[in-house]
Design a protein around this ligand. Structure first.
Ligand code: CA2
Length: 156
């Protein structure tokens, strides 16, 4: 585990359109704005921020996080509600996982109430727009510290 925490922030399909389409639901801030918020909130930790529209690519990124990250923040977007493959990939991680959403899926259509990420997440932050990411990164930093302390104790 690296000394400086490495946070992977992974984003699923259509989030590249943030700030460009449907501002009434997802707001006016772009994904680049969200990335900047995450980097500020990370307080010197390394942030690896990615977005993909492809399920297989998202799974490859999760595999990469398994090797390189101290903690994972993930907004799997639509795949949150559909992808068993995503859950299978997340299950292979031993690092903490924070599920993050801009909107509050529990307050939206019924098909958004099921999450394939929640069963393996330590916690979920949703409903605060881009501020959800800031909160998720803060929580992830805390989890990374705790996870590291536990790992250190187990090798003593
Ligand atoms: O609230 C969230 O962050 C979601 O993960 C966003 C997903 C949605 O399927 C989830 O239920 C909740 C949708 C992401 C689509 O992003 C867009 C952004 C701008 C314009 C159109 C789509």
């Amino acid at each position: 585990m690296p000394e400086t925490p490495v946070l992977y922030v992974l984003n699923g399909p259509n989030l590249n359109l943030l700030g460009v389409r449907e501002p009434a639901i997802y707001g006016h801030e772009t994904l680049a704005d969200v990335q900047a918020l995450c980097e500020q909130a990370a307080d010197g930790a390394v942030v690896v921020f990615r977005q993909t529209n492809h399920e297989g690519e998202l799974i490859e990124q999760i595999h990469e996080a398994r090797e390189k990250a101290s903690v994972l923040v993930i907004n799997a977007a639509g795949y949150t509600h559909t992808s068993v493959a995503l859950l299978d990939a997340l299950r292979t991680l031993t690092i903490p996982i924070v599920e993050c959403h801009l909107s509050n899926p529990a307050a939206r259509e019924r098909f958004r109430h099921r999450s394939f990420v929640s069963p393996v997440a330590t916690g979920v932050v949703s409903g605060f727009g881009p501020f959800s990411y800031e909160l998720a990164v803060k929580a992830a930093l805390r989890l990374a510290q705790e996870h590291r302390a536990t790992a250190d104790r187990s090798v003593q």
